[in-house]
Ligand binder design. Structure first.
Ligand SMILES: CC(C)(COP(=O)(O)OP(=O)(O)OC[C@H]1O[C@@H](n2cnc3c(N)ncnc32)[C@H](O)[C@@H]1OP(=O)(O)O)[C@@H](O)C(=O)NCCC(=O)NCCS
Length: 213
């Protein structure tokens, strides 16, 4: 783990963009969940703008995450978190997220930080950083952000719910509200149960949509 360095990506890392997109897409297939598709050009743009974080192990791609800015810096989102399968379950996602979080708070000190995710690991990491689960109405209403969901397999559900909810859980960190990191507000069992309930409710909704087609 010590051999893995986490750094702000630059134009020196453009060659990793293709592999990053492939690992994101392959992992979504394995999980059987929807995911917003990213193109190598999009990832490269993030690297050039200093809005991407990459983890490397002796030059090999180990993990990645990038920052998106919405609503004239009212919000930032940390998206595309991915850890290469060879480096999972060693705390790397946590390190990448923490690095991204601290970097983003310095770069965009007045922005609220949010993410939407179906992943329990990401929910846990976000919770430890002080994020709280919120309804989608608390997140950016920038149509460009939500347009990213169009490539997700669950987009029909989001549309049918008038963009108010979907399989993803919205999580928000508001820097103006002091959150003591160690005071965990959540209970892991509650998070798991919440996720299960949402999946059951929305899966039946999806079946209805498919049936209607
Ligand atoms: C999700 C992912 C980023 C986790 O990476 P990782 O480096 O293995 O995660 P970490 O080792 O830092 O684990 C962080 C926490 O999540 C937990 N966790 C890790 N994988 C998990 C999983 N599949 N399910 C539930 N919890 C998980 C860990 O136990 C740890 O919890 P703890 O702090 O209570 O011990 C990685 O599995 C991945 O890239 N998956 C595919 C892409 C993806 O799902 N991205 C999220 C998009 S929403």
């Amino acid at each position: 783990m010590k051999q893995i360095e986490i750094i702000i990506a630059t134009d020196n890392h453009l060659d990793y963009a293709q592999e990053i997109c492939e690992v994101i897409s392959d992992s979504a297939k394995v999980r059987g969940t929807g995911i917003a598709k990213r193109t190598p050009d999009y990832i490269k743009g993030k690297m050039v703008n200093g809005n991407a974080i990459i983890a490397l192990c002796k030059g090999m791609f180990a993990g990645f995450c990038y920052i998106e800015v919405w609503g004239h810096e009212k919000y930032v989102a940390h998206s595309g978190l991915i850890v290469h399968p060879d480096y999972r379950n060693q705390g790397l996602a946590k390190r990448i997220k923490e690095f991204t979080f601290n970097y983003s708070l310095k770069k965009y000190p007045h922005s609220k930080v949010f993410g939407i995710t179906t992943g329990l690991a990401v929910m846990k990491i976000n919770s430890d950083l002080g994020y709280k689960p919120v309804t989608f109405s608390e997140l950016t209403n920038d149509p460009k952000f939500w347009a990213g969901c169009k490539t997700c397999t669950n987009y029909d559900i989001l549309k049918s719910k008038e963009h108010k909810m979907c399989l993803c859980t919205g999580m928000l960190y508001d820097p103006s509200i002091e959150v003591k990191k160690k005071e965990k507000w959540y209970d892991k069992k509650v998070l798991k149960r919440l996720k299960k309930i949402k999946q059951t409710m929305l899966a039946s909704n999806k079946q209805l949509l498919l049936w209607k087609k």
